[in-house]
Design a protein around this ligand. Structure first.
Ligand code: DSN
Length: 491
């Protein structure tokens, strides 16, 4: 019997759930075409149900978000932006894109929103190019007495192109918790611009604004980026604005990790980037709990350049994902989401306090947001080993470098933990205490494996007492029984 038929026959019509019916019908149908894919989807659901998700950049989106994404909207090309398309038949896509943008404007109180980027990296590229076009390219075209790029001679165009790639960008280093797209050497952001990185204070591991102010005075960047993907503190955007203004730099904030905390008004005043930044970029799927994707918010002066994300960086948008974003933004615009985002931070602080009580060092000594980074030196493990041991115990975390990490970015000396997903499941302080205790038990009973060839301790393999792993798995199971993921989907 198909999954859907089984479900329908086991429930009265009052007990039936429309999202569950849609999901089961979709799985039944996918199975007729590709049983491999339908079984991978089911296996992923089972894995997510049986593991504690502590990856700081992930969450569980609602079934409404997921269903808005999986439909015929995927078939439509819509290059351009709402009511300004290079394809016919985009009326409904215009409405979807406009709805998503309006939801964002309402949610964040910004002047303009652009919802096409497929990811945070795309959003950052769109933003960087928009700034360069608005600030450098357009005034140069005017200086040549021309109106558009197409009117330039090849020599004039080359002069502008040279100018564009010689602008300076300043972002937080990967070493300090910044993101690849903020000027990391192996990323295009450091090739299309001259990148200079800033660091957190080596002792406190917190950003020292007076040191940054001096560095900015010295370097005089065109763009200053504030934001991170592995830093457990709030940033003061009023101070960042002042620093940017001191050299006429454009302030761009990447709030991908903490967008949900801004939306839920946990980060307010000087910690809310919207009033201070010229441009704010984000992903949609971390603390904001939407589908995987990105967006850009900006002041009106940058809106024209931002809307030209296609052709400057992007191709066609994904209308199905824009629809899912609109649903998620609407969900975030609620009292319920406000309470949720406060709880993310409360849970992070509870979890962090448990580790501190066990003398585990946390980068910066604690957390003010949804994430924390554990320094593993106490356990004699690399991040890679801790990640493996914990996954074996059904706890999913990701390894992460700590500032000035001697193990480098592949093995690392830390793990990064975030509370957004488990808070979505409804977990609170008691569960955080139990999770910290399970993690402590696994890490303190793990040791590096041995490299056979050399007889030296490995940085990758790890040995954990099997009794400890079994006990940890049982404790995880016992926790998750009370917080089922998508309980309406009965598989
Ligand atoms: N990959 C994301 C993270 O884990 O923080 C950032 O891009």
């Amino acid at each position: 019997m198909s999954r859907l038929k089984k479900y329908l026959s086991s429930k009265t019509s009052n007990q039936q759930n429309s999202a569950a019916i849609a999901y089961l019908a979709a799985l039944d149908h996918i199975e007729t075409v590709s049983p491999t894919i339908s079984s991978s989807i089911i296996q992923e659901l089972q894995d997510e149900r049986s593991h504690l998700k502590l990856i700081a950049s992930e969450n569980f989106s609602s079934l409404a978000v997921q269903l808005a994404m999986g439909n015929l909207l995927t078939d439509k090309y819509a290059e351009g932006y709402a009511h300004h398309r290079f394809y016919a038949g985009c009326d409904n896509i215009d409405s979807i894109e406009e709805t998503a943008s309006q939801e964002l404007i309402q949610l964040f109180g910004c002047e303009h929103a652009y919802v096409q980027p497929h990811s945070g990296a795309d959003a950052n590229l769109v933003a960087l190019w928009a700034i360069l076009i608005h600030k450098i390219q357009n005034p140069e075209i005017e200086k040549f007495g021309k109106k558009t790029l197409d009117e330039l001679t090849p020599e004039e165009y080359e002069k502008i192109r040279q100018l564009l790639v010689n602008q300076k960008l300043m972002g937080m280093s990967l070493n300090s918790g910044g993101h690849l797209t903020h000027g990391y050497r192996h990323n295009i952001s450091s090739k299309m611009m001259r990148s200079v990185l800033y660091d957190v204070d080596p002792k406190t591991e917190i950003l020292d604004y007076s040191v940054l102010a001096k560095q900015v005075q010295q370097e005089r960047p065109t763009i200053l980026i504030a934001g991170y993907s592995a830093h457990p503190r709030r940033l003061n955007f009023a101070k960042m604005r002042e620093i940017a203004d001191s050299v006429g730099a454009t302030l761009m904030v990447d709030m991908a990790h903490f967008a949900g905390l801004v939306a839920g008004k946990v980060f307010q005043g000087e910690f809310d980037p919207i009033p201070y930044a010229d441009i704010v970029t984000s992903t949609t799927h971390k603390t904001l709990r939407g589908p995987r994707g990105g967006f850009v918010l900006c002041k009106q002066s940058f809106s024209e350049a931002i809307n030209k994300g296609c052709p400057s960086v992007l191709g066609g948008p994904l209308p199905n994902v824009m629809a899912a974003k609109a649903v998620a933004f609407k969900e975030a615009n609620s009292l319920n989401f406000k309470q949720y985002s406060q709880k993310i931070v409360d849970n992070a602080q509870s979890l962090a306090n448990c580790f501190l009580q066990n003398d585990i060092r946390l980068v910066t000594g604690g957390t003010e947001n949804h994430l924390m980074i554990l320094d593993l030196s106490k356990f004699g493990l690399t991040g890679r080993q801790a990640e493996t041991a914990l996954r074996e115990a059904h706890i999913t975390v990701n390894r992460n470098a700590i500032p000035n990490d001697l193990q480098g970015p592949w093995y690392t000396s830390g793990i990064r933990l975030g509370t957004a997903a488990l808070t979505t499941l409804g977990m609170g302080k008691d569960e955080m205490n139990e999770i910290a205790s399970v993690i402590f038990s696994v890490l303190s009973n793990s040791k590096p494996g041995i490299v056979q060839k050399t007889g030296q301790p490995s940085k990758a393999s790890v040995i954990t007492d099997s009794t400890i792993i079994n006990e940890a798995k049982a404790r995880v199971k016992n926790l998750l029984i009370h917080f089922p993921l998508y309980p309406e989907i009965e598989i």
